[in-house]
Design a protein around this ligand. Structure first.
Ligand SMILES: NC(=O)c1ccc[n+]([C@@H]2O[C@H](COP(=O)([O-])OP(=O)(O)OC[C@H]3O[C@@H](n4cnc5c(N)ncnc54)[C@H](O)[C@@H]3O)[C@@H](O)[C@H]2O)c1
Length: 250
């Protein structure tokens, strides 16, 4: 095991959508990328695309809500690449999209498990190595849903709101080790998550509520995430960046 000369990024949920786009932006910018997803085959596809940028990439399959599994992924990535400099906690599932009376224990456990516990366990596993090297940058994915009131999304709102609070606390907790923690809270982004749930007519209606008049493409989130993760953002920690086309302006 030797320390990589290039910076190493671990991106969770990088088999498709925003995570995949982020892995590609990071690869293009010269980072080695550990591509994680619950779906092994999509992670392998992302790896092949990232390697085209001439950097190293490997795939890792695990359920992000499984503490032991994610500690195992982090240990395997560290043994393969020598270190994790950048952690992108991106893996996610759809919002509940139902009134609170219909929320089930399974929905609650899945949403909290994937978004909140997944972010917690993966960070917990990666933080020891970052502290040892007094260097690290973590970007956690929240959502515009956590910034404005959003009906019929109780478990998603709760989990994404918790990710915001967790990140702000960690920004102060980890600062003495030169580890930065920031949040990207995407607005409407055209990924399988939104395309699967909303037919084209509904997406067109929703696009009218966005001042820029369209959904974001996943790479537009990837650029924002990669910026916060990179040394260009070296004095930025504890902040929330929401690329949302003007949907939320505070
Ligand atoms: N698309 C949007 O409009 C939007 C808006 C706000 C926030 N977000 C957030 O951005 C992140 C990425 O969303 P996306 O739109 O790319 O979604 P997506 O459904 O296209 O991709 C999510 C990825 O996460 C993986 N994943 C799901 N459950 C997992 C688990 N238990 N363990 C490991 N991997 C798992 C999936 O296999 C998939 O590859 C999520 O956290 C989502 O909540 C998305």
């Amino acid at each position: 095991m030797s320390e990589s000369k290039r910076k190493v990024a671990l991106v969770t949920g990088a088999g498709r959508g925003i995570g995949k786009a982020t892995a590609l932006v990071l690869g293009r910018r010269g980072f080695d990328v550990a591509v994680h997803d619950i779906d092994a085959s999509t992670a392998v596809e992302t790896v092949a695309l990232v390697r085209k940028f001439g950097v190293e990439a490997e795939s890792y399959a695990a359920d992000v809500s499984d503490r032991e599994a994610m500690h195992g992924v982090v240990a395997t990535v560290e043994s393969r690449f020598g270190q994790i400099d950048i952690l992108i906690n991106n893996a996610g599932i759809s919002s509940d999209r139902c009134p609170v009376e219909k929320v089930t224990e399974t929905m609650f456990q899945r949403s909290i498990g994937v978004h909140l516990a997944g972010t917690l366990w993966t960070t917990q596993a990666a933080i020891a190595g970052m502290k040892r090297r007094s260097f690290g940058s973590i970007v956690n994915l929240s959502s515009v849903q956590a910034l404005v009131g959003w009906p019929e999304g109780a478990t998603y709102n709760a989990a994404k709101g918790a990710v915001l609070a967790l990140s702000k606390g960690w920004a102060k907790e980890f600062a003495p080790w030169n580890i930065r923690v920031n949040v990207v809270a995407p607005g409407h982004t055209e990924t399988e998550m939104t395309v699967r749930n909303d037919p084209p007519e509904l997406r067109a209606e929703k696009a009218k509520t966005i001042p820029l008049g369209r959904y974001a493409q996943p790479h537009e989130m990837g650029e924002a995430i990669a910026f916060l993760a990179s040394d260009e953002a070296s004095f930025i920690t504890g902040q929330v960046l929401s690329p949302n086309g003007g949907f939320v302006i505070t």
